[in-house]
Design a protein around this ligand. Structure first.
Ligand code: HEC
Length: 302
């Protein structure tokens, strides 16, 4: 009886501790960066593991108890016939006729001394067979009569359709994606209104309300430190001039919003606001206005 008091009790206690530990770990904010479903799965696996351990321990304990009981009975001279759960289950599943009763199922065939028994098919086999019939009926009803679940071919067409839909959605996104290579100054009033709001929220502090410049340079003149083309200003806005105090706005604004504010500041050019900051950088004039029209340009282009 000492065995119960020590080893097994200790084992059970440590198991309990593991369960409590896993439960409290779940309650704490997760620091391992695991998602909620991950945590649920993990704790479910843990609980399953613990349950299995407890089951194993219970079986071991039961066997021990039985052994001790048998030893006690043996000492008193009582012998009981061993019919374990497994043996009974096995008998039921195989339906085998005991050796002593084999005469009853013996056929009258005798092949040079080899005799034949008329054994039944084992019940486990028959039940499996019945199960396949039930399965077939359910399968037939599900796939071919009621058509609840789609067949393989249908499933394939559905997933192809889903993929096509996703593909076209992505293509729309790439077409709308804005970066330095495809932007233009836009005069779309809605876009400019968005740009104005973004400018007022983020840029006024340094470039002032009219773009006349303060901490940051004047955005209304034709002189630019980092270039005045659509790509140049977008690039400056996007990547900033960090060492001069202009942050990289791509960390804050979406490409669409940077595009909007880029178009908005373009509308400020040439507005000559009062208190404008002195020109900085180099003169930039738009190519369309400044590029000299070469007489033989068509020839060159061809
Ligand atoms: C914290 C102050 C600050 C804020 C806020 C700020 N800027 Fe600037 N910006 C600067 C400074 C300083 C420069 C000049 C950098 C240099 O000297 O190279 C600059 C330069 C620029 C330039 C290039 C000018 C040139 O001459 O090449 C553009 C365009 C610009 N900013 C747009 C914006 C926009 C649009 C916003 C709002 C989204 C913004 N800035 C917000 C400080 C700021």
């Amino acid at each position: 009886m000492k065995l119960f008091n020590h080893t097994y009790i200790k084992l059970l206690l440590s198991l309990l501790l593991i369960v409590c530990g896993s439960l409290s770990a779940q309650a704490q904010p997760n620091s391992m960066g695991l998602s909620a479903t991950d945590m649920t799965l993990l704790s479910m696996i843990l609980v399953l593991f613990v349950v299995m351990l407890v089951l194993v321990v219970a079986i071991v304990l039961l066997n021990l108890l039985k052994m001790m009981l048998n030893a006690e009975l043996e000492a008193k001279g009582i012998v009981i016939e061993e019919t374990s759960v497994w043996k009974r289950l096995n008998d039921q599943l195989t339906g085998a006729v005991p050796l002593e009763e084999e005469d009853a199922i013996e056929l009258d065939h005798d092949y040079d001394g080899i005799k034949e028994l008329d054994n039944h098919l084992p019940p486990w086999w028959k039940w499996l067979f019945y199960l396949t019939i039930v399965f077939a009926v359910i399968y037939l009803l599900n796939y071919h009569v009621l058509k609840i679940t789609p067949l393989q071919h249908e499933e394939y067409t559905q997933s192809i359709a889903r993929a096509e839909a996703m593909k076209s959605a992505n293509q729309d996104d790439t077409e709308e994606a804005i970066d330095e290579s495809n932007i233009t100054f836009s005069d779309d009033p809605q876009l400019l209104a968005t740009g104005k709001t973004i400018y007022e929220r983020n840029c006024v502090a340094c470039h002032k309300a009219g773009g006349e410049g303060g901490i940051g340079p004047n955005l209304t003149d034709d002189y630019w430190l980092h270039g005045g083309s659509v790509q140049d200003t977008y690039h400056t806005i996007s990547n900033g001039v960090v060492e001069k105090g202009m942050i990289a706005w791509k960390e804050v604004l979406s490409p669409a919003n940077m595009n909007a504010v880029n178009s908005y500041i373009y509308t400020l050019r040439g507005t000559n606001p009062p208190n404008a900051k002195a020109k900085q950088g180099e003169l930039y004039q738009e190519e369309t206005a400044t590029a000299p029209v070469a007489t033989d340009s068509t020839a060159v282009m061809q």
